[in-house]
Design a protein around this ligand. Structure first.
Ligand SMILES: Cc1cc2nc3c(=O)[nH]c(=O)nc-3n(C[C@H](O)[C@H](O)[C@H](O)COP(=O)(O)OP(=O)(O)OC[C@H]3O[C@@H](n4cnc5c(N)ncnc54)[C@H](O)[C@@H]3O)c2cc1C
Length: 394
């Protein structure tokens, strides 16, 4: 049986980055991925900020770039708009993940593709036994990067299963675009969620919806997305593919570590609450997990107490989930008319809001509809702020 310092379960952005950093620390790493090709099938809107790449010290190969974008435009139901300028990319996500995996491989990481982790057991001699669909691996440290199903969350009973929203998107040809990620807060089409138009190469775009309808049984996300496409005047344009997946919306797991084990990315519940970006959070937590694994192996300390430092690391760095959820809930409780009132008082460019501008916005809201303050207007604005790249939003 092969013995490794670190076994990573899953080769999404979190797992590949954790493998790369662990390998760069000189650790012997294996990654098990149930799909035969890294990054496929793509389930993501594929946008990633330049800041995320800078923080991860990653350079994008040209082939991984579908488009460059200047920022995020938020569109309200009455079509009022505000833009937060911050640069980034729309990726060919599978090529991006394959690129990180290649770097990890060049640094010595081994990738076992088409191999599913089925069970884990603690070994009497210390460390873990990972039982896979193609044999067994031994590891000193496990990093769970298995996505929203949270492999170790279940196996080690570290918390409840994550709650999820369904994301669905069409890649559509010939969509008018201005180099911005367009996020639409339009409850009529996406109750407790939002819609997006993410521009890609040659005029095509990922047009999608994520929603958490109260009456799930009668909510048909695909039909609503088609209605939105019609409303935008894009009906009849060629849909190249339909894809999507599950997005964790319940926040971090009750516990993201055990002695000798760490949960990262979606497996740990790390998605940005409002616009649900998770790639930067997955990679950052992967980097942190690699650091803790390296320290544990150097110290020969696999105790739960030692591994608890991981939780301290991400709690210090990631924005407080509760605050954003409060803002998100306040936003979702507003009517279309109220959202329109907010849209009409926000500046066209919301990239940086100096205190005087913030006071002016507040005064304009008070003039339009003072009741909005009682409905959590300030908190809702904070949720927007915490969705920025700086706060790991994308
Ligand atoms: C529709 C949609 C749109 C999105 N848009 C964006 C966006 O534009 N920007 C953004 O930042 N985020 C976006 N996200 C979120 C983002 O995709 C995730 O947060 C991110 O991919 C999480 O990375 P991860 O590495 O934690 O998990 P994943 O990317 O989910 O990777 C997990 C991997 O583990 C593998 N795996 C699972 N179980 C096992 C097992 N037992 N054995 C072996 N392998 C296993 C899976 O096959 C998978 O490859 C979107 C999500 C959805 C669904």
């Amino acid at each position: 049986m092969d013995e490794f310092d670190v076994v990573v379960i899953g080769s999404g952005p979190g797992g590949t980055l954790a493998a790369l950093k662990s390998a760069q620390y000189g650790l012997k790493v294996a990654v098990v991925e149930e799909h035969p090709i890294i990054g496929e099938p793509v389930h993501c809107g594929e946008c990633l900020s330049s800041l995320a790449l800078k923080r991860m010290e990653l350079e994008l190969p040209k082939e991984a770039i579908a488009a460059e974008v200047k920022g995020v435009r938020i569109v309200f139901p009455n079509n009022t708009q505000t833009v937060a300028y911050e640069g980034g990319y729309v990726l060919h996500k599978q090529i991006f993940e394959q690129h990180i995996a290649t770097l990890a491989h060049q640094n010595g990481a081994r990738f076992e593709l088409g191999v599913r982790a089925n069970e884990v057991e603690r070994r009497a001699s210390g460390g873990w036994l990972v039982k896979t669909s193609k044999g067994e691996l031994a590891a000193k440290v496990l990093i769970d990067a298995s996505g929203y199903m949270g492999f170790l969350l279940r196996k080690l009973q570290l918390g409840n299963m994550h709650q999820i929203a369904s994301g669905i998107q069409f890649e559509i040809e010939d969509i008018p675009q201005e180099g911005l990620l367009d996020f639409y807060i339009w409850p009529e089409y996406a109750p407790e969620g939002y819609l997006w138009m993410i521009p890609k190469a040659n005029g095509s775009a990922n047009v999608g919806l994520s929603a958490k309808a109260k009456d799930r049984a009668s909510f048909n996300a695909g039909a609503k997305l088609k209605e939105f496409v019609k409303k935008m005047g894009w009906e009849g344009k060629k849909i190249k593919r339909t894809f999507g997946g599950a997005i964790v919306v319940s926040g971090p797991a009750a516990k993201t570590y055990a002695g000798g084990a760490l949960l990262i990315g979606d497996a740990a519940g790390f998605t940005s609450p409002l616009f649900e970006g998770g790639t930067q959070l997955a990679m950052t937590s992967g980097k942190m997990a690699a650091e803790v694994a390296m320290k544990a192996i150097s110290a020969g300390n696999y105790s739960e107490e030692f591994f608890s430092q991981y939780e301290g690391m991400w709690k210090k760095e990631f924005p407080a989930y509760g605050k954003i959820i409060r803002g998100k809930n306040a936003l979702y409780a507003l009517t279309d008319a109220e959202l329109g009132q907010i849209g009409s008082v926000l500046p066209v460019d919301i990239s940086s809001v100096p205190p005087l501008t913030a006071i002016k916005i507040g005064m304009n809201v008070a003039l339009k509809n003072p009741a909005l303050f009682g409905k959590g207007f300030v908190s809702a604005m904070k949720a927007f702020e915490y969705s920025r790249a700086e706060h790991y939003g994308w």
